[in-house]
Design a protein around this ligand. Structure first.
Ligand code: GLN
Length: 492
C-alpha cells in the first residue's frame, strides 16, 4: 500500500476493503496528523481522538460482520456548521461556544450510515460569512499553500477554509462544506481541490446551522472529481425533515465521471470577463475551453446580462435571511449567555459579546433592508433581480448543456490583506460564484493549473438544476486534460 496520506478517497476505500489497513489504523494516523497540523494551520475547532477512534473501531466491526457501506471506514473532516450529536458545534462563533447538539445533521448522518468516520471538525468563517476564513472565533485559518519563494501566510478562502486547509494538507480523504455564495468553490480553488455545490435541495439543510436558508447548499470537497462525486451522492437524498429537500432520486454522480463529453455544448459567458482580472486567469479559462473543444465539445458564446446585479442582490438577500435566522441566538437556548439587568439587557449583552464584527454587520444590514420603508426598495428589488438571474440561466441552458467560467477573480491572498480594507473588497471575491446560489443550480470548481507564483487556480462548471451528471462529466474531462497533480510543499 502506498503512503496512506497520498491516497485518494477511492484508493483509501479500496485499501480498506482489501484489508490492507483497518479504519482504526487509518483514523489514528489522520488524527495524529490533524494534531500536528493544528498548530501551524489552525484549521480545526474540535479534534476528539476518542470519538474518532470509537467510530473507526465500530466501522471495523461492521466490516468484520460483512456490513461494509459505500464509505466504510473512510476518515472525513466535517465543517463546524454541521450539527454533530454530542460533539461541540459552534459555527466558529463565540455565541455557540459549548453547544453540543442532541441531534445529528441529515447530511452527516448519511455519511455515517455509509460507514464514514469523522476525524475532526473544521474551522470556518463565523456563521459561514466570509471569503477568507479570517473571522472564526478561534482565529484565522492558514492555507498550506505558499507563493513561490515566500513565507507569507495566505488565506485558504472561505467560509469553508478549515475543511480545505485540512484536506490540502492530506488530513481526511474528503470533507464537507456549505456554499451560500461560493464557500465551497472559492476555497477549493484556493487550495487545489475539487469543490461541489449541488442543486439546491439535493443535500438536506436539516441540522446545518442556518445562514441564509434560500441560498445555503451543503456540499463536498475531494482531492479528485471522482472522490467528490462519491461524497456528494452519499450526502444527498430526500429528507422529510427539510421541506425544501428534493424528493427525486439521486443520480449516479460517480458513474457520470466516466461519460464522454463529446457533443456537449459548453457556454462561455462574456460577462464573466471582468475588469482587473489577472491575465493568467483569462488564459486558464481559454485553456479550459480548448481542453473541452479537443474532447469534442462545441463551444458557444453566451450572455448572462444580469450578472452585474448578482453581487448586490446577494448582499441584500443573504444578510436579510441571516438577520432573521440569527435572531434565535439570544442567550436563552444555546451556548453563551451574558447576564444583564433584565431580559432585554441580557439579549443585548449576549449578542454583543457573542457575535463578531462581520456577523454584526450582516445583522444590521439585513435588519435595515427588511425594515418597513426600505423593504420594497431593497429586499423586494433584490428578489426581482434574483428571478431575472434565474431566467438568464434558463435562457442560456436552451443553447448549452454546461457553462464554463473561472471560479475566482484571483488566487489565494495574504492573511489580513483584504480583511482590514473596505468589506466590499472581500465581497468581490464572490463575483463568479454567487450567481449559481441565487439560481439554485449545480456548480463546482476543478483545479486547473497554477499561477506564476505557483498558487492553484480553479475553473467552474455550472449546469441545469438537477443535472449534476453533466457537471461531473465535464469536470472529469477538465481534470483529465489539466493533469493537475501539484501539492503544497510541506512546511507545517
Ligand atoms: N463569501 C460569501 C459571504 O460572505 C459567501 C459565504 C458562503 O458561501 N457561506 O456571504
Amino acid at each position: 500500500m502506498s503512503d496512506v496520506f497520498s491516497m485518494s478517497l477511492l484508493e483509501a476505500r479500496d485499501a480498506l476493503s482489501r484489508g490492507d489497513v483497518s479504519s482504526a489504523e487509518l483514523t489514528a494516523a489522520h488524527v495524529k496528523a490533524a494534531e500536528v497540523a493544528q498548530g501551524p494551520l489552525n484549521c480545526f475547532t474540535v479534534i476528539d481522538p476518542e470519538h474518532a477512534l470509537g467510530m473507526a473501531k465500530a466501522s471495523d466491526a461492521r466490516r468484520a460482520k460483512g456490513e461494509a457501506g459505500a464509505l466504510e471506514g473512510v476518515p472525513l473532516v466535517i465543517k463546524d456548521l454541521f450539527a454533530t450529536k454530542g460533539v461541540e458545534t459552534t459555527a466558529s462563533s463565540n455565541i455557540l461556544k459549548g453547544f453540543k447538539p442532541e441531534y445529528e445533521s441529515s447530511v452527516t448522518q448519511n455519511l455515517w450510515d455509509a460507514g464514514a468516520v469523522m476525524v475532526a471538525k473544521s474551522s470556518m468563517d463565523e456563521f459561514a460569512m466570509g471569503s477568507s476564513n479570517e473571522t472564526a472565533a478561534t482565529g484565522p485559518v492558514i492555507n498550506p499553500w505558499r507563493a513561490k519563494g515566500s513565507e507569507e501566510k495566505l488565506v485558504p478562502g472561505g467560509s469553508s477554509g478549515g475543511s480545505v486547509s485540512a484536506l490540502a494538507a492530506d488530513i481526511g480523504y474528503g470533507a464537507t462544506g456549505t456554499d451560500t455564495g461560493g464557500s465551497i468553490r472559492q476555497p477549493a480553488a484556493f487550495t487545489g481541490l475539487v469543490g461541489v455545490k449541488p442543486t439546491y435541495g439535493r443535500c438536506s439543510r436539516w441540522g446545518v446551522v442556518a445562514f441564509a436558508s434560500s441560498l445555503d447548499h451543503p456540499g463536498a470537497f475531494g482531492k479528485t472529481v471522482r472522490d467528490s462525486a462519491l461524497l456528494t451522492q452519499t450526502m444527498a437524498g430526500h429528507d422529510p425533515k427539510d421541506s425544501t429537500s428534493y424528493p427525486g432520486a439521486v443520480p449516479d454522480m460517480l458513474g457520470a465521471c466516466d461519460k464522454l463529453v463529446k457533443g456537449l455544448r459548453i457556454g462561455v459567458p462574456k460577462e464573466y470577463r471582468v475588469d482587473g482580472m489577472p491575465g493568467e486567469i483569462d488564459a486558464l479559462w481559454e485553456k479550459g475551453v480548448e481542453w473541452l473543444k479537443s474532447q469534442g465539445c462545441e463551444i458557444v458564446d453566451i450572455s448572462l446580462p444580469m450578472t452585474k446585479y448578482a453581487l448586490p442582490a446577494y448582499y441584500i438577500i443573504a444578510p436579510a435571511e441571516a438577520s432573521s435566522n440569527l435572531a434565535r441566538y439570544d442567550g436563552m437556548r444555546y451556548g453563551l449567555r451574558v447576564e444583564g439587568e433584565d431580559l432585554i439587557d441580557t439579549y443585548e449583552k449576549t449578542r454583543a459579546a457573542g457575535f463578531g464584527k462581520e456577523v454584526q454587520r450582516r445583522i444590521l444590514i439585513g435588519t435595515y433592508v427588511l425594515s418597513a420603508g426600505y423593504y420594497d426598495a431593497y429586499y423586494v428589488k433584490a428578489l426581482k433581480v434574483r428571478r431575472r438571474i434565474y431566467e438568464d440561466f434558463q435562457a442560456a441552458f436552451e443553447k448549452v448543456d454546461a457553462i464554463l467560467t473561472p471560479t475566482t477573480p484571483s488566487a489565494a491572498f495574504g492573511i489580513g490583506s483584504k480583511s482590514k480594507a473596505d468589506p466590499i473588497e472581500m465581497y468581490l471575491n464572490d463575483i463568479f460564484t454567487v450567481t449559481a446560489n441565487i439560481a439554485g443550480i449545480p456548480a463546482m470548481s476543478v483545479p486547473a493549473g497554477l499561477d506564476a507564483q505557483g498558487l492553484p487556480l480553479g475553473l467552474q462548471v455550472i449546469t441545469r438544476a438537477l443535472d449534476e451528471e453533466t457537471m461531473f462529466s465535464v469536470a472529469a474531462a477538465i481534470e483529465d486534460a489539466a493533469g493537475f497533480t501539484a501539492k503544497p510543499e510541506r512546511w507545517w
